[in-house]
Write a protein that binds this ligand. Structure first.
Ligand SMILES: Nc1ncnc2c1ncn2[C@@H]1O[C@H](COP(=O)(O)OP(=O)(O)OP(=O)(O)O)[C@@H](O)[C@H]1O
Length: 219
C-alpha cells in the first residue's frame, strides 16, 4: 500500500533546537490523522515540512500533490458552532478519499475526528495508534472531589487511593483531588464511602482529561 502522506525518521532543527526528532507517520487515503501536542511540541514545523515550506534535515518525506489536506490547528479560536461545521467539513473531505493530517492541542478534537492519533512531545512521537485505543489508554474521564473541610483532604485522598490504586493528584490552589475514573461505578461508590465516613464534600464530578494529563499518561 502506498500512502499519500509518508514520513520516516524526519528530523528538523532550528539552530540548537530540535523541533522534530525522528518522526515516523503514514496517513492512508480517506482517513484523518490527528497530531496532538502542546505549544512548542513541533506541530507547526511538521505542517511546514509536509507542505514543502521548509526542508527536513534528515529523513524521508513523501507527500502526494493531490488528495492530501494539511491543517494546522484548524479550529483554534472558533466558537462551538463554527467548530462543529469545520469538523463536518473535515469528515466529509476524508470521506471523499482525501488523506487529512491535522494538528490540535485538544484531546477531544483528536478523539472526535481522527482515525489515527499521533501524540507529539518536544518533537518526538510519544504514542501513536488508533484514536479509540489511545482514548482507552488515557482512561476516559477524570474524577475530581474536594472536601468541605480542608483537614478532611488527607482522608479523602486515602479513600481514593484505596479505591483506585492510584495516588490522587492534588491541586494546591483549589484543594481539588483528581484520579482517572476508569470504573463507571467509581463516583457512586465514592459517595457511599464518604457518607459512611461522615465526610462532607463541596465539589464532586467527572471531567475530560486536559492535554497535559493525556500526554503524561502516554509518556
Ligand atoms: N523559525 C524558527 N526558528 C527557531 N526556532 C523555531 C522556529 N520555529 C519553531 N521553532 C522552535 O521549534 C520548536 C517547535 O515549534 P513549533 O512551532 O513547531 O511547535 P508547535 O507545536 O506548532 O507550537 P504552537 O502550538 O505554539 O504553534 C519550538 O521549540 C520552537 O521554539
Amino acid at each position: 500500500m502506498s500512502y499519500p502522506i509518508h514520513v520516516e525518521g524526519l528530523v528538523k532543527r532550528y539552530g540548537g533546537t530540535v523541533a522534530l526528532d525522528g518522526v515516523d507517520l503514514r496517513v492512508p487515503a480517506g482517513s484523518v490523522a490527528g497530531v496532538l501536542g502542546s505549544a512548542g511540541s513541533g506541530k507547526t514545523t511538521l505542517i511546514r515540512v509536509l507542505s514543502g515550506l521548509t526542508g527536513p534535515d534528515a529523513g524521508r518525506v513523501a507527500v502526494r500533490r493531490a488528495g492530501v489536506l494539511l491543517l494546522d490547528e484548524p479550529t483554534a479560536g472558533l466558537g462551538p458552532h463554527d467548530r462543529d461545521r469545520r469538523w463536518d467539513q473535515i469528515r466529509r473531505t476524508a470521506g471523499d478519499g482525501t488523506a487529512v493530517l491535522l494538528t490540535t492541542r485538544l484531546p477531544e478534537e483528536a478523539g472526535q475526528l481522527a482515525d489515527r492519533m499521533i501524540a507529539l512531545d518536544r518533537g518526538r512521537v510519544v504514542a501513536s495508534g488508533r484514536a479509540g485505543e489511545l482514548r482507552r489508554r488515557t482512561g476516559g474521564r477524570i474524577l475530581q472531589v474536594r472536601a468541605t473541610v480542608a483537614a478532611d483532604g488527607a482522608a479523602v485522598a486515602a479513600i481514593l487511593h484505596e479505591m483506585t490504586g492510584t495516588v490522587p493528584a492534588r491541586d494546591d490552589r483549589t484543594g481539588l483531588l483528581s484520579v482517572p475514573a476508569g470504573d463507571p461505578m467509581l463516583m457512586s461508590a465514592l459517595v457511599r464511602r464518604l457518607d459512611a465516613a461522615d465526610i462532607p464534600v463541596d465539589e464532586l464530578g467527572l471531567r475530560l482529561p486536559s492535554l497535559d494529563e493525556v500526554l503524561r499518561s502516554l509518556r
